[in-house]
Design a protein around this ligand. Structure first.
Ligand SMILES: [Zn+2]
Length: 123
């Protein structure tokens, strides 16, 4: 379960950060997931809700932003975003929109990162 370990990692990072900031509650977490990260955002969101149940993030909102894929084509030199909307989450094949070559390097859209965390503190 790729999504489960991903959600687990995200939550640990969030709680660590909250602890460092002496937070009493996590309000909102924004997570960026690249379209090439082979992750189903809906599943990650669901698992975060479940995993956070017994933590200070149990009332937190988890917002997931999808990052578009950016490629560099070794054939024609095209560099830029590609439309990843039709991509299969499990077997994504990206090809160059200009020359349809699929031997491209992915320069963006593979990562999954915590973008921002909003916490509440005791005064
Ligand atoms: Zn190309």
């Amino acid at each position: 379960m790729h999504e489960l370990s991903m959600a687990d990692g995200i939550l640990k990072a969030v709680l660590e950060n909250a602890q460092k900031n002496e937070a009493t509650e996590v309000i909102e977490v924004t997570i960026e997931i690249g379209k090439m990260a082979l992750i189903n955002p809906e599943q990650v969101k669901f698992m975060l809700d479940v995993l956070s149940e017994d933590t200070i993030a149990n009332k937190s909102k988890f917002i997931i932003e999808e990052i578009p894929i950016e490629i560099q084509c070794s054939n024609c030199g095209f560099e830029g975003k590609v439309d990843g909307d039709d991509l299969d989450h499990y077997t994504p094949i990206v090809e160059c929109p200009k020359c349809e070559n699929n031997r491209v390097s992915i320069i963006n859209g593979k990562d999954c990162t915590v973008k921002s965390i909003v916490v509440e503190k005791d005064d």
